[in-house]
Design a binder for this molecule. Structure first.
Ligand code: 13P
Length: 257
């Protein structure tokens, strides 16, 4: 049984004071539920300390980071290391988000170095994959996913695979309001699990969690979360409002019932 993981990727939004008031509203919306879920909030670096202390009031909540550098330390102006995140008690780090790949030139090789560095430091990577619209229209979905998975996870030891959460985020569904349908998402998730099974063996592939991301909102969360191979959501825009993020969590609970 894979525990569902619902994560809020705030991207470059919300100051640390806005994060504190978000958290107060979120806590009152979410009440005491959700023992069978994992919830992660992934703010900008500057809001991490405030959320770490706020999250002591909510034991099932984890805090993540949106990016990191693969080197341990050194002359890398503007970068943050995995050890710096660990020192703040950060648990998860997003690696290979499509915005990093397309806007900041991250290649599969860079993503792979970050995955390795995160694991070495004891952080759990949320490793993102997904095709562009052009690649989908060109019938290349499987080829792209296979490449991103095999290159991004190259050298990962089988024992470490379950530290990783894979996020399937089709680029055409990110921030567009056009989510993949539950059937489209399920098809890609099932393919991802097949590739992981080829790379790491079937028992590990059956246990690894695969989140869906791309225009998830309270209205579509339940149907998505009912799919056999969808183990959670990575939510952008709809996670910026604590009520709508709480709504997604409630719909996920309903899907589990
Ligand atoms: P949206 O939910 O805004 O489409 O963003 C998805 C995403 O990129 C999460 O990482």
């Amino acid at each position: 049984m894979r525990k569902k993981i619902i994560a809020a990727n705030w991207k470059m939004n919300l100051t640390h004071t806005e994060a504190e008031s978000y958290f107060a509203t979120f806590l009152s919306e979410i009440g005491q539920v959700v023992n069978d879920l994992e919830i992660v909030i992934i703010p900008a670096f500057t809001a991490i300390p405030a959320l770490i202390s706020a999250s002591e009031k909510m034991p099932i909540l984890r805090i993540g980071a949106q990016n990191m550098h693969w080197e341990k330390s050194g002359a890398f102006t503007g970068e943050v290391s995995a050890a710096m995140l660990r020192a703040l008690y950060v648990k998860y780090v997003i690696v290979g988000h499509s915005e990093r790949r397309t806007l900041f030139g991250e290649t599969d090789e860079i993503v792979n170095r970050k995955v390795a560095a995160a694991l070495e430091a004891g952080l759990r990577p949320i490793f993102c994959v997904g095709e562009t619209l052009q690649e989908r229209d060109g019938g290349q979905v499987e080829e792209v996913l296979r490449r991103q998975l095999s290159k991004g996870l190259a050298g990962v030891a089988q024992k470490d695979l379950l530290e990783i959460v894979v996020a399937y985020e089709p680029c055409w569904a990110i921030g567009t309001g056009r989510s993949a349908t539950p059937a489209e998402a399920q098809q890609s998730h099932s393919f991802i699990r097949t590739v992981l099974s080829e790379l790491f063996g079937s028992p590990a592939a059956e246990r690894i969690r695969i989140q869906y991301g791309g225009s998830v909102k309270p209205e579509n969360a339940e149907d998505l979360m009912r799919q056999k191979d969808i183990d959670g959501a990575l939510v952008g825009g709809a996670s910026l409002d604590p009520r709508s993020f709480a709504g997604i969590i409630w719909r996920t609970e309903a899907a589990l019932a």
